[in-house]
Design a protein around this ligand. Structure first.
Ligand code: ZN
Length: 390
């Protein structure tokens, strides 16, 4: 590079030390000035970083998410590659800066301008990249969720790693629980599908004390089944079995296993399905395999029942009279609609019906179709979903 070192060769007195104030040359002094000021500046930055990290611990960018992607390429995991690129750009602009200074020593104006220009471009890219990362990850736009209060939501998963929650516009609320109860229940209480049941199997030993054979056998069954399922052993000996049955039925546990002294003699137990109430005899040796299959059966049965019920209550209407009758009968009615707010308002005033949605998977129907209420031509030829509002 051939950088030159400037020496101050004048005879003026600097702090009374002449050309060598503090007994050091101008170049050496400048070097120390540079090192000390750098050290002070960066200590300041580090201290500020440390304090703000503690102050804003909840809203701080998530370490796991920062610099794991290239800008505008989210979803493509490229950990640290972007940092490597930024580092390269930083080193590159340091070099162009040195070259600009060197060109200045040679009084080459054009070269100074050129290298300064490159330095500025490199600097802008570097600082811009930092700003981009900070902006996006502070707000958790990609991955983390920032709450209204400014906290960032994360959770520790089964594998003990910190993860971001899945995001959806559908909140799990009492309404969803209500829907579950309405869809999956009978006169005895809840009928929970195995896949969402907090307790999948309950074991009720027919025993008077905790030393009874049946009780000990029940513990064995629990140990076997707990490896794959969520199992509860009803170990209360002060309640009669009938009272326990009633309680677990009400709570909707998919399978109840009863085991008494006679069953032990036969090396079997009795399984009762919550969905159908049917009792099945199972050999103790085969309990694991048997319950797995039975849980699958119950899940499948409940799903089909729910689907059937939904299909039964989803109806189509092609004229206003039919529409009105079907809406009064309850359920969802699929009909063509102009999409007009005013038209919908009139429908609401007349029979309290509102449009619920235009399902994504709906296919446009052949031919021309007209609004069920005002008779205007449908812009999409797709059926909207309507239901009474309560
Ligand atoms: Zn209309």
């Amino acid at each position: 590079m051939g950088a030159t070192v400037t020496t101050a060769n004048n005879e003026e007195k600097t702090w009374g030390g002449g050309n060598e104030p503090l007994a050091a040359s101008y170049g050496k002094l400048m070097m120390w000035f540079f090192i000390v000021s750098d050290a002070l500046t960066f200590s300041g930055f580090l201290a500020a970083y440390g304090f703000s990290r503690f102050k804003f611990i909840d809203t701080w960018p998530l370490a796991d998410e920062v610099f794991t992607h290239f800008p505008f390429m989210h979803g493509v995991s490229a950990p640290m590659y972007y940092v490597a690129l930024m580092t390269f750009i930083l080193i590159f602009s340091s070099v162009t800066m040195v070259l600009a200074v060197d060109a200045g020593h040679h009084l080459n104006k054009a070269k100074v301008a050129f290298y300064m220009f490159l330095t500025i471009i490199g600097g802008l890219i570097f600082v811009g990249s930092q700003a981009w990362e900070w902006k996006n990850f502070i707000h958790g736009e990609y991955g983390a969720i920032e709450t209204k209060g400014g906290s960032v939501i994360q959770f520790v998963d089964k594998d003990e790693k910190v993860k971001n929650p899945f995001q959806t516009s559908w909140g799990v609320s009492t309404r969803l629980i209500g829907g579950l109860i309405m869809m999956h229940s009978d006169d005895k209480g809840l009928v929970l599908p195995p896949k969402i049941a907090p307790i999948q199997i309950v074991i009720v030993p027919i025993a008077n004390t905790k030393d009874d054979k049946a009780f000990i056998e029940a513990i064995k069954i629990k140990d076997i089944l707990s490896q794959n399922f969520s199992v509860k052993l009803d170990d209360r000996v002060d309640l009669r079995p009938g009272e326990k049955y009633y309680e677990w039925e009400k709570k909707g546990v998919p399978i109840r296993i009863d085991i008494g002294p006679k069953d032990i003699e036969k090396k079997q137990c009795i399984l009762t399905r919550r969905d159908t109430g049917e009792k099945e005899i199972c050999e103790l040796d085969n309990i694991e395999e048997y319950t797995k299959k039975l849980l699958d059966k119950i899940q499948y049965n409940l799903y089909n029942l729910a689907l059937e019920r939904r299909e039964k209550t989803n109806t189509k209407a092609d004229n206003w009279e039919e529409f009105k009758t079907k809406i009064q009968n309850g359920g969802y009615v699929f009909a063509h609609f102009c999409g007009d707010k005013e038209c919908e308002k009139k429908m609401k005033d007349e029979i309290k019906v509102v449009s619920r949605c235009l399902p994504f998977e709906t296919e446009a129907e052949d031919g021309e179709h007209y609004c069920i209420h005002c008779g205007k031509k449908s812009p999409t030829n797709k059926r909207w979903v309507f239901a009474k509002s309560y």
